[in-house]
Design a protein around this ligand. Structure first.
Ligand code: BES
Ligand code: MN
Ligand code: ZN
Length: 493
């Protein structure tokens, strides 16, 4: 998406669709007011006549008139004037763009919705709303003949928001890159395809990329990835991407669960739960998105992106309930469910990540249905022994619109993970399933790592119906938040 700055002198501009904001108290945004006056208050009267509610997501439009040389004026709701949030701007921007498409006009002008209240930061949120709201996974649908493509929007502002718009563009483009991969089905993306995408990304951006194939996994004693992958015709692998600036102030590891399809394995999932399990690679896709954006942002921290990837299938060589696997850190694990596979592949990655001795280690995984039972469809579960880090992520989420909620790493539940013949088993009891999954992961984080956080994205990574500015399918959660965190870490020095 291209953003072009056209200045704020709205009456000296002419074009297709002009998008302005209105608040619930019936007042228009600054540029909206200028337009309204030049139209002898026709716009304001019209909004009154139709009882325009001005909530985020609401939209109205009328033709330009008199001095106002736009074909259509689209008014988007900004809610209560004093309560404007980042997400209000994103939702409003996405709503305006959708209306322009419906009006079949690709000459689109946005004022900086919320500029009165959010200043230049409105630029970032506007860019995110436009990009996230404009995304749809349509590549397998026959294109409609009269479809409108919007590749450039004009912004009624001066150059001073250039950096904010650029940041919004980078963050939302990273999320959309994630969505493009995560939305692909299991017959298109197997572990080797994730590896190819990582390699291509490395070539384009100068990142370092190492792929460990099945043989390498054996020498590296990555027992979890091997066990989970052995029932599939598509062999598993492990991907290590590195961003290494010259004078890095910190080392950070990000890990993403890369199950390209989760059938459940021999403990096969019932039909209604297996559908959408192409989403089980969302954590891995998030790592790819983060690494792509980091190369663009030129951060001064060292970042390692790790992806354990396998397909969980019930083939003739599949791993079984009762199987015992021994991990590189010496821990033995008894398989009680082949459907609790994510934690097994993450265990290898957490051991590998710990060996890199990072200052912060973050894992992202569509790990448990239990997390959705606890927090609903839209909220990421946060688990961390580092309370400051958890608090930081929650706070960032209030800005990015990606929701986070902390759940406890309750040590009293550890006994639920005791194995019959082994140190631990791979499932806990019926209660607190998201927590026991996190406690399982903790067993593989070396004690030297002071700052580790596990993010269970089973709910928000993939939507069955549209929500806010997201279409159904992959959302790219939690990429914008993690990039925001990394930006903060990079600036701290
Ligand atoms: N990939 C699933 C978790 C999941 C569920 C992700 C719904 C997205 C939406 C995971 O591998 C899984 O199957 N977890 C089991 C664990 C259980 C067997 C202990 C679950 O949550 O039922
Ligand atoms: Mn599973
Ligand atoms: Zn899974």
């Amino acid at each position: 998406m291209q953003f072009q700055f056209v200045g704020t002198d709205v009456l000296n501009l002419a074009g297709g669709v002009l998008i302005v904001g209105a608040y619930k108290d019936q007042t228009l945004s600054q540029i909206g007011q200028v337009v309204d006056e030049a139209m002898s208050h026709l716009l304001q009267d019209f909004l009154k006549d139709i009882h325009f509610e001005a909530e985020a997501g609401k939209v109205a439009f009328m033709p330009g008139h008199g001095q106002v040389k736009f074909k259509q004026i689209v008014v988007v709701g900004l809610g209560e004037k004093g309560e404007l949030e980042a997400d209000t701007v994103r939702i409003a921007a996405a709503t305006g763009l959708k209306k322009a498409k419906e009006l079949k006009n690709d000459d689109v002008y946005f004022e900086l919705l919320g500029a009165e209240n959010l200043g230049s930061r409105a630029g970032q949120y506007l860019a995110e709303g436009v990009l996230l709201g404009g995304y749809q996974f349509k590549k397998y649908k026959k294109p409609k003949k009269d479809i409108i493509r919007i590749e450039e929007v004009k912004i009624l502002t001066d150059e001073k928001v250039r950096e904010e718009l650029k940041l919004g563009n980078i963050l939302a483009s990273a999320a959309n890159f994630v969505r493009d991969i995560a939305n692909e089905p299991g017959n298109v993306i197997a572990p080797k395809d994730l590896a190819e995408i990582a390699q291509k990304l490395a070539e384009e951006t100068g990142l370092k990329c190492t792929i460990y194939n099945e043989k390498d996994l054996q020498t590296k004693k990555m027992a979890g990835i091997l066990a989970v992958g052995q029932g599939s015709a598509h062999p598993p692998c492990f991907i290590h991407l590195t961003y290494q600036p010259e004078h890095a102030s910190k080392r950070i590891v990000v890990i993403g669960k890369g199950i390209t399809f989760d059938s459940g394995g021999l403990d096969i999932k019932p039909e209604q739960f297996m559908k959408t399990m192409k989403c089980d690679k969302s954590g891995a896709c998030a790592v790819l998105g983060i690494m792509k954006a980091i190369a663009d942002l030129k951060l001064n921290i060292e970042v390692h992106g790790l992806i354990p990837t396998a397909e969980n299938m019930p083939g003739g060589n599949a791993f079984r309930p009762d199987d015992i696997i021994v991990f590189k850190n010496g821990k033995s694990v008894e398989i009680h469910s082949t459907d609790a596979e994510g934690r097994l592949i993450l265990a290898d990655a957490l051991i590998y990540g710990s060996e890199l001795k990072p200052d912060v280690m973050i894992d992202m995984a569509t790990l448990t249905g239990a997390c959705m039972v606890a927090l609903g469809r839209f909220t990421t579960g946060v688990f961390s022994p580092d309370k400051d880090l958890a608090a930081k992520i929650k706070k960032i989420g209030q800005i990015t619109g990606e929701k986070f909620w902390e759940l406890p790493l309750d040590d009293d539940l550890k006994e639920d993970l005791k194995g019959t013949f082994t140190d631990i088993k791979n499932v806990g009891s019926r209660y607190g399933g998201a927590i026991t999954a996190a406690l399982f992961l903790k067993e593989f984080v070396s004690e030297e790592i002071k700052s580790w956080v596990h993010l269970d994205i089973a709910g928000p990574a993939f939507l069955e119906k549209p929500w806010k500015y997201y279409a159904e399918g992959a959302t790219g959660v939690p990429v914008r938040s993690i990039l925001t965190l990394l930006l903060e870490e990079s600036e701290k020095r």
